[in-house]
Write a new protein. Structure first.
Length: 132
């Protein structure tokens, strides 16, 4: 009779040739740290400086961390449903401005764009409140 293999043995056989991409693991780790740090910042913006957290890292780790931070900040730019939701926007805008490396026209464009978002959110909220 043939030997019946356990699920563990089958899994080990199938993954024997699989190599771990250490670079991808590091990228995932620093991206997660960036997301977590951005979440902590959003809970209490005065408690930590995202710019300092980013400056503490170098090279790829800094870029991956920044990706996580920016992704979380942008994911939290949502249309407001209540007036209290508007108060979430300024810390996000301040963080995005402080993280931005560009100076000159790019920084001015970001400031302008964030101002447009703020105006849009306020107008949207007014329209929602009028419809209710």
């Amino acid at each position: 009779m043939s030997k019946i293999k356990s699920a563990m043995e089958l899994a080990l056989e199938r993954t024997a040739g699989v190599e771990i991409d250490k670079e991808a693991v590091r990228k995932n780790e620093y991206t997660r740290k960036g997301k977590s740090t951005a979440g902590k910042y959003l809970e209490n913006p005065t408690a930590l400086s995202l710019k300092d957290e980013i400056k503490a890292l170098k090279g790829d780790e800094q870029n991956w961390f920044k990706e996580g931070v920016i992704g979380t900040l942008l994911a939290n730019l949502t249309l407001p449903r209540y007036e209290s939701d508007i108060s979430r926007f300024p810390p996000i805008a301040d963080a995005l401005k402080s993280i931005g490396e560009k100076k000159g026209p790019e920084a001015e464009n970001l400031t302008y764009l964030l101002g447009q978002y703020e105006d849009l959110f306020k107008q949207y909220l007014q329209n929602i409140l009028q419809l209710e």
